[in-house]
Design a protein around this ligand. Sequence first.
Ligand SMILES: Nc1ncnc2c1ncn2[C@@H]1O[C@H](COP(=O)(O)OP(=O)(O)O)[C@@H](O)[C@H]1O
Ligand SMILES: [Mg+2]
Length: 273
Amino acid sequence: MGGTALALEVADLSAGYGPVRALRQVSLAVPEGAVVTVLGGNGAGKSTLLRAISRTLAFHGGAVTSGTVRFGGRALDGLAADRVVAAGVSQVPEGRQVFARMTVEDNLRAGALGGSGDRSAKAAALRRVHELFPVLADRARQPAGLLSGGEQQMLAVGRALMAGPRLLLLDEPSLGLAPLMAARIADTIREINAQGTAVLLVEQNAALALRLASEAYVLEVGEVTLSGPAAALAASDEVRRRYLGVVDEDAAADAADAATAHPALSRWEEATR
Ligand SMILES: Nc1ncnc2c1ncn2[C@@H]1O[C@H](COP(=O)(O)OP(=O)(O)O)[C@@H](O)[C@H]1O
Ligand SMILES: [Mg+2]
């Protein structure tokens, strides 16, 4: 890949829940320090993908059936979930999943448990989280359940950062948030990335995700159907119609022109179905 170091490499990954096949031979890469997004509607397999990478699929009754996941050149296949965190990959699960009755402070401490760092690394991680999200310092002693939805999302991101990850897996961080709060979360994702953490962001909010990411993949019914530079996907007629809600004919024509100007887009036609 032109000398770009790959943080994460997913190759031919298939996964399911008992008889339900949720992912079919998904391959993707997150270069070191990049933001990569996976777009897809409800049930496309986005959460399954992140759970397969973080090795938490078994907690949901699922399993990886084939394929490999490598991080920093090392295979994560077969590791326990806490070992994946120690290897530098932290997940922010769908729906935040903060511990509502625990204080904000204790939620953050829980995030540090899986990390590989010593006391001073954890103190530095907490300072970083408080700088990114001052509200989490202000509300440190309050039960997390009293936070707003947006603040709970900040807490969920902060908790994941406490382990000092080199790669952050984000599962629909904008879901259920008002546009202004979603934009704030997007700003902090950008800032976290600028500080050197790679990000794999799965989203239904394609507009937000395509602004943040350099590379994008479209997942449909468990398969990657389209991938390429985020700018090329944002310009593609199909993505605009299906994920960006563009219906205007002229805009669609413009987008079709732009798409032909972006030959870097790769498409998987119905070949494997
Ligand atoms: N815990 C589970 N048990 C059984 N099936 C599941 C479970 N979680 C997800 N699925 C199924 O797997 C497929 C992919 O789901 P999911 O990864 O949650 O999609 P997304 O996150 O894109 O909405 C769907 O068909 C969904 O119904
Ligand atoms: Mg999901």
